[in-house]
Write a protein that binds this ligand. Sequence first.
Ligand SMILES: NC(=O)c1ccc[n+]([C@@H]2O[C@H](COP(=O)([O-])OP(=O)(O)OC[C@H]3O[C@@H](n4cnc5c(N)ncnc54)[C@H](OP(=O)(O)O)[C@@H]3O)[C@@H](O)[C@H]2O)c1
Length: 276
Amino acid sequence: MDLAEITRMYDFTGRSIVITGGAGILGGEIACALVGCGAKVAILDRDPALADRLMQRFETSIGEAIVVYADVLNRESLEKAEQAVIGAFGRIDGLINSAGGNKPEATTGDRTFFDIPQEALRFVFDLNIMGTILATQVFARRMAETGDGVILNFSSMNAFRPLTRIVAYSAAKAAVSNFTQWLAVHMAQQYSPRIRVNAVAPGFFLTDQNRYLLTDRESGELTARGKAILSHTPMSRFGTPEDLLGTVLWLLSPASAFVSGIVVPVDGGFQAFSGV
Ligand SMILES: NC(=O)c1ccc[n+]([C@@H]2O[C@H](COP(=O)([O-])OP(=O)(O)OC[C@H]3O[C@@H](n4cnc5c(N)ncnc54)[C@H](OP(=O)(O)O)[C@@H]3O)[C@@H](O)[C@H]2O)c1
């Protein structure tokens, strides 16, 4: 094996990849990288206006991208999206389940654990775990038929050890890690050992879904929680979306052909640090 062969593994020319929540901060960055590596990328999201803004970043790229409306909690809309992707690209080689998130009403702090509304808990469970499972049911069926494919889920640091306050999000992401292992075994044993399933567990990336926990709304200064996170991150910084790209491209590419069922932390060392 030489450098040219290794470089070719990261050439996604002609490969069709679907990203749920693809207009989000992390999903959008991944979409840009994949298009830059030659892929045909379907950006699935609820708000086409967000995705359209993202499309402007692709104008000079070598791959292709389309925007497709999909709500990961609505199977019918996912099935329509699947038809649209097949109509545009003719195939589906990869699925990235990036739609996910938390909401303030499902955390303790402003309210006690005992007062968190059931709807808020259900919203967070549904979005993170049901949204991952439903999208996989719809998009991985074709992988099962062709015997080839790669699936990448979004777990989180709180799946390894829960973080304070975010009760539902921690449990839901632990379920995503568990589902990743379950599906890796199921796909390999029932359909094809060439279908791989893995997850990334991002550490702390300052995005719209956690800004309210990590920075003060008015001053923009770090909250006590934001400071605690940085002091517990050996690299002493939040992640940037580009920090995920190496791991994501590796897990989607043939460079990880013998890797399935793992959850890779991309966290500046957070997970390794005992605090002492
Ligand atoms: N940021 C972090 O530090 C961090 C850490 C660990 C894990 N993660 C995970 O990484 C993934 C991406 O997060 P991000 O930080 O990039 O957040 P983000 O910018 O909020 O991206 C999430 C995207 O998912 C979309 N979405 C929400 N509900 C949806 C639904 N029902 N159907 C389809 N799309 C939906 C959102 O659209 P709307 O704007 O319309 O809601 C948004 O575009 C998530 O799974 C998150 O839990 C993030």
